[in-house]
Design a protein around this ligand. Structure first.
Ligand code: ATP
Ligand code: MG
Length: 241
């Protein structure tokens, strides 16, 4: 089954065209990454798929046209977004953040939160701590947990590595890979292109509102042009110059 299909998606803010005729798909079980520079339109693309901004074009999710559906209807159908900048409730505790996120979801909170805490033991230790006092990495884990507690079919992540130390970034990618291997389809946006592509099945490139590619992630890692633009020099494990 095709998990997600996006056809001719357009997003504009007044005269600014943030996404231009984008086509993208995610198969069931896939981990797909979109890489691209600041301001390319990556967040606008994800937010449109989540139903958080005005857009034109067709979005099909789990074989249903959701183009006109509201954001909360998309969430209920199994589409979750972990937005850029985390969006957790700073004054609430870890536990309260998870409770709010699980409202209306099937399953008991006790068992669903237990499942999430098993994945993130650090959050269990800190369950009574207010979210604002967590470290950056812990906050990102909480943001991810808030999405996972609803057992999404497709998890969309907007730059989960932003602001994290290199070691924590590596852990974050490891966790994303594990979530995917356990059966959740993933659409990941990242500026950390090399690391993201190394765990992905397929990759797209976004440049000034235009999406291209969609091929094998390994092949993208070896693409000379992408090397110049996005991977930096002398820092590769994937071959290159
Ligand atoms: N609410 C808005 N109103 C007007 N312009 C916006 C709005 N949101 C985004 N833009 C513009 O749309 C373009 C794409 O922004 P977007 O946030 O989608 O890029 P991005 O690829 O996610 O960038 P970054 O890597 O910096 O997060 C930018 O030029 C941005 O200034
Ligand atoms: Mg962004």
């Amino acid at each position: 089954m095709r998990m997600l299909e996006v056809e001719s998606l357009n997003v504009r803010y007044g005269v600014v065209r943030a996404v231009l005729d984008a086509d993208l798909h995610v198969e069931d079980g896939e981990l797909v990454v979109v890489v691209g520079a600041n301001g390319a339109g990556k967040s606008s693309l994800l937010r449109a798929i989540a139903g958080l901004n005005k857009h034109r074009g067709r979005i099909t999710f789990r074989e249903r046209d959701i183009s006109g559906a509201r954001a909360e209807q998309r969430v209920r159908r199994g589409l979750s977004l972990v937005p850029e900048g985390r969006h957790i409730f700073g004054r609430m505790t870890v536990l309260e953040n998870l409770q709010v996120a699980s409202w209306g979801a099937p399953g008991s909170f006790a068992s669903e939160s237990g499942r999430v805490f098993e994945m993130f033991p650090r959050l269990l230790e800190r369950r009574h701590q207010t979210a604002a006092t967590l470290s950056g990495g812990e906050q990102q884990m909480l943001a991810l947990s808030r999405a996972l507690i609803r057992r999404p079919r497709l998890l969309m992540l907007d730059e989960p590595s932003m602001g994290l130390a290199p070691k924590v970034v590596a852990q974050m990618f490891e966790i994303i890979k594990e979530i995917n291997e356990a059966g959740t389809s993933v659409l990941l946006i990242e500026q950390n292109a090399r690391m993201a592509l190394s765990i992905a099945n397929r990759g797209y490139l976004m440049e000034t509102a235009t999406l291209s590619g969609g091929g094998d992630a390994r092949a993208m890692l070896e693409d000379e042009r992408l090397h110049e633009a996005y991977f930096g020099r002398n820092s590769d494990a994937a071959g290159g110059d």
